[in-house]
Ligand binder design. Structure first.
Ligand code: PEP
Ligand code: MN
Length: 359
């Protein structure tokens, strides 16, 4: 399906040629915290305010958001500062309450965009309300581009024409530098597939740490993203949710002022996007190879301790056969896969012999 008559997401009084910046706390906590944060952000020139009113939590018992009461605070933010307001919706009730409160922009969270039933419920609620509100869809928690696009298509079918995407990274098991792996090639592929969908980066949820907000924001702008959604709290260390990744309005201002904004047009060309994907995929291949060599060295250590020789023909043979078969099924030539595997095997053996020779 092609979403043919999408409309740009522009707000009166917000420079449509500059990256769109949405900022505000992870969660609305108290009226004072919301207004204090909003006033500081507005004073620094932020035009679109975010605050989570309903918070999806991994486990029960966490702070689940203040609920509808917080919508009143968003109304105050709008009335007092003139900022546009935005919040996350995950159910029909959320949609109805947010629309009734005049929230200017809605976003769909990563757990919700991963769930087609929830997405359809939201789309139906928007259609029933005849809503014409812009909606940003976060990538699903799992790296599934089709699911992400499908969520946007449901909104389109419900009559929403101002649709954007938020790249917030993808969850992964275990410890990583990032809270959610960026896997940049996925939003880049989204851009290639749907060039009319603006993509906003969420460096806060990708990085999970304050110090990663600036570099991730720069990286996103360098890749031609259309904007940023950043968590900012008047007292980050006291935040009720996501405190490690929130920055104060002044720190945010500093970060935004140091970002280099390049000409977006040059990076929207398909060739550039495809090359960026290649760069990213090559990095992943290198990381995988490195992981493989590490395991290989551990095997080397084990063989040494148990006096097992490095080379075992049977094992090598079965690796070759199974991988080559898979590669052929994927459309690569057997010769190509054979030479890749023998090069990898050669390096593994070299690394194991290195272990054997160590005293
Ligand atoms: C959020 O934006 O506060 C949020 C809950 O994000 P995500 O859906 O990306 O986890
Ligand atoms: Mn958050």
């Amino acid at each position: 399906m092609t979403m043919t008559d999408l409309q740009p997401i522009v707000f009166e009084g917000v420079d449509a040629n500059a990256p769109m910046v949405i900022a505000g706390p992870c969660s609305a906590e108290t009226r004072e915290q919301v207004l204090d944060t909003a006033r500081q952000l507005a004073a620094n020139g932020i035009k679109i305010f975010r605050a989570g009113i309903w918070k999806p939590r991994t486990k029960p018992g966490g702070f689940e958001g203040v609920g509808a009461e917080g919508l009143e605070w968003l109304k105050e933010v709008k009335a007092e500062t003139g900022m546009y307001t935005s919040t996350e919706v995950a159910t029909r009730q959320h949609v109805e309450a947010a629309l009734a409160a005049g929230v200017d922009l809605l976003w769909i969270g990563a757990r919700t965009s991963a769930n087609p039933f929830a997405m359809q419920e939201i789309a139906d609620a928007l259609a029933d309300a005849g809503a014409d509100v812009p909606v940003l869809v976060k990538n699903p928690v799992n790296p599934d581009l089709e699911l992400w696009i499908g969520a946007m298509e449901r909104l389109y079918n419900a009559g929403i024409r101002r649709i954007g995407a938020i790249h917030r990274g993808f969850s992964a098991y275990g410890k990583h530098l990032y809270r959610n792996l960026p896997q940049w090639h996925i939003p880049i592929e989204l851009r290639r597939r749907l060039p009319n969908i603006p993509i906003v980066c969420d460096p806060s949820h990708i990085g999970g740490k304050r110090e990663l907000v600036a570099p991730l924001s720069q990286q996103a702008l360098d890749m031609g993203f259309d904007g940023l959604i950043v968590e900012s709290h008047c007292e980050p260390d006291c935040a009720w949710s996501d405190k490690a990744q929130q920055v104060s309005p002044d720190v945010l201002n500093f970060i935004l002022n140091t970002l280099v904004i390049r000409d977006a047009k040059t990076s929207t060309e398909s060739l550039t996007l495809l090359r960026q994907q290649i760069d990213q995929i090559d990095n992943e291949i290198l990381e995988s190879l490195n992981k493989r060599m590490r395991v290989s060295r551990e095997i080397g250590q084990y063989k040494k301790e148990h006096r097992i020789p490095v080379l075992q023909a049977g094992r090598y043979d079965s690796i070759m056969k199974s991988r080559v078969k898979l590669a052929v099924e994927m459309g690569m030539s057997a010769e190509f896969m054979t030479s890749v595997l023998s090069a990898i095997h050669e390096e593994s053996v070299r690394q194991q012999i290195d272990i054997f020779n160590r005293r």
